[in-house]
Each structure stands twice: as C-alpha cells, then as structure tokens.
Design a protein around this ligand. Sequence first.
Ligand SMILES: Nc1ncnc2c1ncn2[C@@H]1O[C@H](COP(=O)(O)OP(=O)(O)OP(=O)(O)O)[C@@H](O)[C@H]1O
Ligand SMILES: [Mg+2]
Length: 217
Amino acid sequence: MSLIDLDGISFRYPNGNQVLEGLSLCLEEGDKIGLLGENGTGKTTLFHIILGLLKPNKGEIYIFGKRRKTEQDFKEIRRAIGLLFQDSDDQLFCPSVIEDVAFGPLNMGMKHQEATERAERTLDELGISHLRNRVPYQLSSGEKRLVSTATILSMRPEIFLLDEPTTGLDEKTTDRLISVLQNYPAKAWIMISQIPSVIEALTDKCYRLQGGRIYPV
Ligand SMILES: Nc1ncnc2c1ncn2[C@@H]1O[C@H](COP(=O)(O)OP(=O)(O)OP(=O)(O)O)[C@@H](O)[C@H]1O
Ligand SMILES: [Mg+2]
C-alpha cells in the first residue's frame, strides 16, 4: 500500500490559472523524494492539494489506502502528515514560540505539561531553546524557519511535506537541520528545495514538476 497516491490530478485556481494537469505521484514507505521545478510551476499548490487545503478539479487522492475527498477525510490525515509551509508566517500564530511549538501536541490531546516538555525538547534539538519566550512575528526570517520546523517536528508526524525548509538558514544551521531530519524516524517525505546540497543530503530520488505534471529527474 502506498502512503500517498495521486492519480490524474488537475487543478486550476478560480482566476482560471491552470497549474496541474493530469499529475500522478506515488509516495511509498521509505521514500525520501525531492521535488524540483521552476518558480510558479505549482510545487506549493501540490502540497496544499495533498492536505486537502485546495481541492483538485479532477483526479483522485488516496492517503493511507483510503480515498480522500471530504474535509473530514483530510482532517483524519493532517496529524500524520506534517506540512512545513513555504511562508513561515502561515505557520506561526501564537503569542510565544513555546506556545506555537506546543500547540500541535496539545491539539492532539496531550496534557499541558507533557506538551510543553515535548516542545522544549524539540527546540533544544534544533538549537533554539533561547527563542522559547520570544514573540514569533518579531523573529528573524531564519529564526522563524526553525520555529516553524519545530512546530511540525513536535507533532511527530509519520510523513513530512517540506516546502523549502532551509530558506534563509546559514550554513551551520542548515547542517544542523539536515542532521535533525536525517535522524528523525519519518516513514517518508517529499521536500521542495532549490539547494542542490540539501536535496543531495535529504532525498534519494527526485522529480521535476513541469507543465502541470511530474517527471523523474
Ligand atoms: N490564489 C491563487 N490564485 C491564482 N493563482 C495562484 C494563486 N496562488 C498561486 N497562484 C499561481 O499558481 C502558480 C503556482 O504557484 P505555486 O506557489 O504552487 O508555485 P511554486 O512552484 O511553489 O513556486 P515557487 O518556486 O516560487 O515557490 C503560480 O503561477 C502562482 O502565481
Ligand atoms: Mg512554492
């Protein structure tokens, strides 16, 4: 059984902009897929479709072996699939960093103390414990990137969809994030990145999105 199976997905935005056209993609357990493609080809759109944030005009989405169509179908899978948004400001909405990182675990039903401990551990793994009490919207863009990643990691998802995780990170911080992800027990992930060394370190096969479809690289 595939973890994610997209079959013949077409999508256009309400303004008529056709972005995806008959796209198929399969994510199996153990896959670490790199997703490449020029700006505006629809990579971010594809991630939003996988999580049901946008609805395809055509095609079928199977996740964990079940067809996903309704909002309820997608609600069931959002805890298991951690989406790192391309824009960190879409990810962060709490008054403090620690609350943002504890939000997911709390939402999953964890007790306050346990969720806070997990959030603290996650910040520590990423080397950003010092940001614990900061206001997220006042952080630098690289700091926001790491805190956004922490909000995903703290939920311990089975699958990651990572939309340019290292944007704005310096070399040392990029290396630390790579090592955290390499050691994370995810079943699979798809990562969008424009940085060859990051693709090299974190993926074992790559696809290119072009003209609304996916091609092996
Ligand atoms: N809400 C919207 N309405 C209309 N068009 C949109 C909307 N959001 C995105 N687009 C367009 O859809 C296309 C795909 O956008 P998307 O953000 O998925 O591209 P991308 O491959 O992630 O690009 P980048 O590499 O720059 O992040 C682009 O042409 C974009 O301008
Ligand atoms: Mg994008």
